[in-house]
Design a protein around this ligand. Structure first.
Ligand code: MLT
Length: 244
């Protein structure tokens, strides 16, 4: 399998993704929130690129079945129902459509929307995604959401761990330079994920802003057997075969 890693969503044009299989990663916190929301029974998650657009499409909110969710500068946007803390996405989101705006993650997913197959991955659901990908494709692009166009260590370490997990399925892996670097970084920084997330730039900001528990949540490895798949504009739970 050929594996490419993009270190920020600003590094590629949206047409790059056409016909590709892509996995988007935003460990802190968008793709962790997406896995948790689906695990709690959310019907679907619609990623959006602006607060204005989120407000516009929520005009159809009927009977509380749609929730406006996400963050700006890590905090819930005024007028929204939920922020971007995975701890908020408990049973109360079951059956709901979530409109999600985040600073980097929702934009990265939209950037990759022309992919033939598009999945969301965090540490929480890494094994489930790797297993599914291993039998699906011979070429994979991993898109790290990054931080405002810049490199983010936690997303890159997660990309490296995903690659490592793929090797368990006996695939011959052919790495791009960025994929090789991700693998090395995951070996160096991926042993203690709680420590890693507590010490990255965005992790420190989340702790400063009172989201320390989110760091612990997002550091759990493969605790959710969830494959979030972007299909026709929204992210849904991919039903897995019973032998998965
Ligand atoms: C993002 O998309 O940048 C994040 O998920 C930010 C956050 O919620 O901390």
């Amino acid at each position: 399998m050929k594996v490419h890693v993009l270190l920020s969503h600003l590094n590629a044009d949206e047409l790059y993704f056409t016909n590709r299989t892509t996995v988007v990663i935003d460990v802190l916190r968008a793709t962790s929130v997406i896995a948790q929301a689906l695990s709690s029974g959310a019907k679907e998650i619609t990623p959006v690129g602006s607060v204005d657009f989120a407000m516009k499409i929520s005009g159809d909110i009927k009977g509380g079945q749609t929730l406006l969710c996400g963050e700006r500068n890590t905090k819930m946007v005024e007028g929204f129902n939920l922020g971007n803390s995975p701890l908020e996405y408990d049973d109360t989101v079951a059956g709901k459509t979530i409109i999600l705006f985040t600073t980097n993650g929702s934009k990265a997913i939209l950037k990759a929307r022309y992919s033939e197959n598009l999945f969301c991955c965090s540490f929480n659901n890494l094994s489930a995604v790797a297993k599914h990908i291993s039998s699906l494709t011979d070429e994979l692009t991993i898109l790290c959401s990054g931080s405002n166009g810049m490199f983010s260590l936690e997303d890159t370490v997660c990309a490296g761990k995903l690659i490592k997990e793929l090797t368990k399925y006996g695939k011959n892996i052919n790495l791009s330079d960025a994929a090789s670097a991700s693998l090395v970084l995951s070996k160096n920084f991926g042993k203690d994920l709680l420590k890693l997330l507590s010490e990255t730039e965005h992790g420190k900001l989340l702790i400063e802003n009172g989201f320390e528990q989110d760091i612990e949540f997002c550091s759990r490895l493969s605790n959710l057997n969830i494959i979030p798949a972007f299909i026709n504009g929204s992210i849904k739970l991919l039903q897995q075969d019973s032998d998965n």
